[in-house]
Design a binder for this molecule. Structure first.
Ligand code: CMP
Length: 136
């Protein structure tokens, strides 16, 4: 069975009208959308989703940003989708991300970097359960 990953199209992307552009890149790659919802993160969900970052100095402004407006959460599936999506997105800092990636082409920020994606099989399982408990 194909792998699954959890993707968040972040509030900066929604505000900038880039949701269609970003989903289009995933679709053109051949990935499937198994679930999708527009939602605004509350503080509790932010702390759970970013459990590994809550003690870091960058977390308070990250939390304010991520809870500051609606985002789009998706579950994508496909062959090696976790690594494939991370490649499409590019490295964390939009200023350094390679041209051709979503962040490299469209972001100039280390925080407002348009997209989040699970970084491992374990985090994908955890994050999908958090955002889409009905998927099991
Ligand atoms: P994401 O993939 O959602 O995982 C953690 C997020 O924290 C990251 O994308 C960025 O939005 C943000 N982030 C990571 N490192 C930094 C940093 N050094 N400064 C500001 N924001 C950061």
């Amino acid at each position: 069975p194909d792998e699954r990953t959890l993707v968040l199209i972040k509030p900066d992307a929604v505000r900038r009208g880039l949701v269609g552009e970003i989903i289009s890149r995933f679709e053109r790659k051949g990935l499937r959308i198994d679930a999708m919802v527009s939602r605004t993160m509350d503080a509790e969900l932010a702390d759970e989703h970013y459990a590994e970052h809550v003690d870091k100095a960058f977390y308070p402004p990250l939390k304010a940003f991520m809870t500051g407006g609606p985002l789009v959460a998706l579950v994508l599936s496909g062959d090696q989708v976790i690594d494939v999506v991370r490649g499409l997105i590019g490295s964390t800092d939009g200023r350094r991300a390679a041209a051709g990636t979503i962040r490299g082409d469209l972001s100039l920020s280390n925080r407002e970097n348009l997209v989040h994606a699970s970084d491992s099989v374990d985090s994908a399982k955890r994050e999908i359960a958090l955002w889409f408990p009905e998927l099991g």
